[in-house]
Design a protein around this ligand. Structure first.
Ligand code: SF4
Length: 263
């Protein structure tokens, strides 16, 4: 094993900055093969990625984290996307039901500390439970979502899951995303039409008012200090902490370094 840091990826990220998202997905599949998955919560960007995966037909599974307290519309939309695009969607679930968790620990999501713990148990831990099956994950973060996402790199090591995150939509602006969804007649979660700019658990997501930031509807009851769940490392961690340990030959191939073979 060897260490791959965000700094090591600087040249590659500069090279990929304006790459077509499909080319990035192909690049990832060529390198990581069966150890590549996509991560989608079936919001607009995740559905755009699902559409790209279906047109590329590369047999990349989609990981969907089901906290057990998502909106009925979200479950229905996951099933619709799976059927419409013929994708393998792997639903990941927490160890405890929300009822069991509440009986044991109380209603966690009412305080910032409890929210962090609840998101860890219901979102991050289910992903961590399967993470050793993968070396890379395709995410759908975009810089135009603002906040810490404004500095999201195309490629980013995720120390939590020890996978390389690939963000093929990172430079896609709001108008480009809207056009992509429209041009390809991609179905979106009907909650978006009801004022939900982003969609998470039913306990912690509300619509947003005109003029409010996109993420104002997430953890509204906690104020602006808890706007991310932690499942995406670039939302929470400083760049210098972003690193992964991968096989050395895989890192060589990611970085396009020549490998010496002894015959
Ligand atoms: S969004 Fe709310 S309910 Fe969902 S896992 Fe996080 S704290 Fe828990």
């Amino acid at each position: 094993m060897a260490r791959l840091t965000l700094a090591d990826l600087a040249d590659l990220n500069a090279q990929f900055e304006h790459s077509d998202p499909r080319d990035l997905i192909r690049w990832a599949k060529d390198l990581f093969g069966d150890r590549l998955a996509a991560l989608s919560s079936m919001q607009k960007t995740g559905c755009a990625v699902c559409h790209m995966l279906s047109t590329l037909d590369l047999d990349i599974p989609v990981l969907f984290v089901d906290t057990g307290v998502l909106f009925p519309e979200t479950y229905a939309h996951r099933d619709l996307i799976a059927e419409e695009y013929g994708l393998t969607i792997r639903t990941l679930t927490p160890e405890l039901t929300m009822e069991e968790q509440t009986n044991q620990l109380g209603v966690l999501y009412l305080t910032p500390e409890g929210q962090a713990e609840c998101c860890r148990m219901r979102k991050s831990d289910p992903l961590l439970a399967v993470a050793d099956q993968y070396d890379a994950m395709i995410s759908s973060l975009r810089r135009s979502d603002g906040g810490p996402r404004g500095r999201t790199p195309v490629l980013s090591p995720d120390p939590e899951t020890n996978t390389l995150r690939i963000n093929p939509l990172v430079t896609m602006a709001d108008e480009e995303l809207a056009a992509y969804l429209k041009d390809n007649a991609i179905p979106t979660n009907p909650l978006h039409e009801q004022g939900y700019a982003t969609i998470g658990c039913n306990r912690c997501t509300t619509p947003v008012l005109p003029g409010e930031p996109k993420r104002a509807g997430r953890w509204r009851h906690l104020g602006p200090w808890s706007q991310y769940c932690g499942i995406n490392p670039t939302d929470m961690m400083p760049p210098e902490q972003l690193s992964v340990d991968l096989p050395e030959d895989l890192i060589d191939r990611v970085l396009g370094r020549a490998t010496d073979f002894v015959i």
